[in-house]
Design a protein around this ligand. Sequence first.
Ligand code: GLN
Length: 184
Amino acid sequence: MIVGVLSLQGAFREHLRAVQRLGHEAREVKSEKDLRGLQALILPGGESTAMGKIIERNELREPLRDFAANKPTMGTCAGAILLAKDIIGETKNYLGVLDIAIERNAYGSQLDSFVGQGTVGRLHDFPLVFIRAPLIRSVSASVEVIAKLGEDIIGVRSNNLWACTFHPEMTADTRLHALFLQHA
Ligand code: GLN
């Protein structure tokens, strides 16, 4: 399978490597033409505001929105912010395809970045790496919660769209990538 990773900014290299480790072809996506022929797409973590600016500059907003509206797409951390319909405290969104409300930098300075472990879908003992993570505050009825840390929603799925607030690409555990691609 050919899997694209939005490669404008942030942790895209780690996602490319995870995809390759699973035996798939990984392709950097920097412009519209790179989306052609992809079976799935990953939007990495990084800085959503910076990525948003480059998306505008590279005229990628509509092409990414079209892709995510129909095809398997997973957003991690800042990538989840790019997918969200509602970014709390902000009047605009980026792709606005996933019916969740998300709050940027929701963990205070002490918990700015931390590592945990939890269950994601049917994956147990999954390593959870949070880096200035957002928090999914609410989801619409069509969105399934696949992971929680305490009361916090940290992973969701809605048909072809997957999103998590942690970084599954930052460890050697490729099970979440594998699960996502199994459904692609
Ligand atoms: N704080 C970043 C943002 O708001 C997200 C952090 C991340 O992707 N690790 O875009």
